[in-house]
Design a protein around this ligand. Structure first.
Ligand SMILES: *Cc1c(COP(=O)(O)O)cnc(C)c1O
Length: 432
């Protein structure tokens, strides 16, 4: 991303103002080179580790045929949570073996789909999940490779709803009440159809420190040693989940991917030796946000200006909480730019709001920027993760189209629904 001589925002060599003209707004723009380079940082960092390592792209961050194909070509495995996400990855050409199926509720159909497609790893989240998987795998004559998801009670300093390994949370087996050990025994007793590969722990999202990963690595190695001593089985895989943070504003200061990976690797080496493992477990990550987050820009057109003197200066954009629910959900903060004059100095404070019928439909509550004028294009930066994938059709707004840009060329990767698409799933009962 950069700025052209004429002050226009450039993404992947494309002029943002031209993109808005060609494809309409709101528009999701994804920078191919940035996604590739984010993936490569993992692959390069892995080469320096003393143990085998894998990264599973958490496809919930943005699940789309083109994105799935792209990250797969960069060596990523893929983490899915539903039939829809698995189907997207499979249709994009990702082999089932490269997929992982996650989730605290997997339906019978989803588990069957995973078994039929030889999904490489199923992360088991609870006893009902495990019981059902054993039943289905046995009946199908398949052997499922699994990890057990743990909840070790780690507090990552992040927003409550994206913090996932504390004790009071819906995910995983607790390490403290014997549940995790009971699950291990259940899995080991089902060796005809279950292969217990290792342990999983996802501590949360938008994390800017390495210490929570070290704590997770320590808990998992300690538990691996306990399992080894109690059962004679030594688990070979540790999955540390995702969570690497990205910069939404200049105040955010994420650690480089390579550094996070290196520290996690060192933590696993230390923990393995501390707990008496005589081998290094394979280490896995599940990055979502840090793969696609900073590769995305959303373009909006300014539609209305309403100054409420002494209170707030509202500027309405032609999108909002339907294409970006993160502000309403988490109070997220973004950096807006005016796409045709990025270098202009800020001259005031503006509330950038959307067009949904909700006062809470805000995109940037207090933006210090040059006065946006009606008709201009506003770009919200760092909107590649958890935007398209979380979008709704509230107010029957058409979801934005998405384009993938590279070397000055844009390709459509998700089309904007037409009005007929919007009503396509409605049915009018004949007796009405
Ligand atoms: C959401 C999630 C991820 C990805 O998290 P990011 O913060 O996007 O990297 C990985 N693993 C699990 C289990 C998740 O729920």
């Amino acid at each position: 991303m950069g700025v052209a001589d004429n002050g226009h925002l450039m993404i992947g060599g494309c002029d943002a103002v031209e993109l808005a003209k060609t494809y309409g707004t709101p528009l999701y723009v994804m920078d191919e080179a940035r996604i590739r380079s984010n993936c490569r940082q993992f692959q390069l960092a892995f080469k320096e580790l003393p143990m085998p390592a894998r990264a599973y792209y958490a496809s919930k961050a943005q699940s789309n045929l083109a994105i799935a194909r792209l990250v797969y070509t960069e060596g990523m495995y893929m983490d899915c949570v539903s039939a829809g996400e698995m189907y997207t990855a499979l249709q994009a050409g990702v082999p089932g073996q490269r997929l992982a199926l996650h989730g605290n509720l997997k339906t019978r159909d989803e588990l069957m789909m995973a078994l039929e497609n030889d999904v490489g790893q199923i992360i088991v989240d609870g006893f009902d999940d495990l019981t059902l998987l054993i039943e289905l795998a046995r009946a199908a004559g398949k052997k499922a490779s699994i990890l057990l998801r743990l909840r070790p009670g780690i507090d990552a300093h992040t927003h409550q709803s994206i913090q996932t390994a504390t004790l009071d949370c819906k995910f995983g087996f607790s390490l403290y009440d014997g549940a995790a050990m009971k699950a291990v025994r259940m899995a080991l007793e089902a060796q005809d159809c279950i292969e217990l590969m290792g342990l999983h722990c996802h501590i949360g999202s938008q994390i800017f420190e390495t210490q929570p990963y070290a704590l997770a690595a320590d808990s998992m190695c300690e538990f691996i040693a306990q399992i080894g001593r109690d059962t004679g089985t030594w688990l070979k895989t540790i999955n540390l989940g995702g969570g690497f943070g990205v910069a939404y504003t200049p105040q955010d200061d994420p650690l480089p991917i390579a550094y996070m990976v290196r520290c996690a690797g060192e933590a696993v080496v230390q923990a393995a030796s501390k707990h008496g493992l005589d081998y290094l477990p394979q280490i896995e990550f599940e990055p979502g946000r840090c793969i696609v987050g900073d590769a995305g820009v959303t373009l909006y057109t300014v539609g209305a200006d309403k100054d409420v003197p002494g209170v707030r200066h509202y500027v309405a954009l032609d999108g909002g909480m339907a294409d970006n629910p993160r502000v309403a959900l988490y109070g997220s903060v973004y950096t807006p730019l005016i796409a045709n004059r990025v270098r202009d100095a800020a001259d005031g404070h503006y509330a950038l709001v959307g067009r949904c019928c909700e006062s809470g439909d805000v995109l940037v509550k207090d933006a210090c920027m040059p006065a946006p004028k009606v008709g201009e294009v506003v770009a919200l930066m760092t909107t590649g993760a958890y935007h398209a994938s979380m979008a709704s059709q509230y107010n029957r707004l058409a979801n934005p189209a998405a384009v993938l840009v590279k070397d000055g060329k844009a390709r459509l990767i998700s089309k904007r629904p037409t009005l007929d698409d919007i009503i396509a799933y409605d049915r009018l009962p004949e007796d009405l």
